[in-house]
Design a protein around this ligand. Sequence first.
Ligand code: ZN
Length: 215
Amino acid sequence: MSVHDANRLREQIATLGKSLFDRGLTMGSSGNISVRLDDGGWLMTPTNACLGRLDPARISRLDRDGRLLDGDAPTKESFLHRAMYDERPQSGAIVHLHSTHSVAVSCLPDIDPCDCIPPLTAYYVMRVGRLPLVPYHIPGDPALGDAVRGLAGKHSVVLLANHGPVVAGKNLEAAVYATEELEETAKLYLLLRGHNPRGLTPEQVAELEARFPRD
Ligand SMILES: [Zn+2]
């Protein structure tokens, strides 16, 4: 990958990070973004960085073994990203947020841990699909990485209980779109609780999955 391409990706991380922050999808210094590079390494947002005010030049660049090559030290949640990438060679970018409605769903006592949100809309099925819940772990616990690794082969999106979603996409734009789709569908799901909503039927979901296969 040329320096020019890496710099373009740094700019894209900062632009999309600010967009997510400005719309209230992430708060304070929470949330992190990474992009896989052609050499097997990654760009990753730094620890304690606010996604609304990223300096592209200070974004962490890691080699394929996770060693810091330049920029600030990476997010302490980098192990979540590694766990997803290890199982998903087809994924080029990951977004992890503590987005309010998705976190709210992750705290509900009665959700199906194999499928946290029902298929309410076609775009949710196309961009997120079946969403598993990863049991709660204290921040930084390496067992959380192992739990994510166990699901990431089959799922491009997982929801960490009482924490937030980890979303992989073929590129950064796709990962951001899927994150937004999840957050809006979580909001819809919460709005509809108690209303006995009519979701898509298994046949409608199967038709979407056949026509629009996810990565
Ligand atoms: Zn987190």
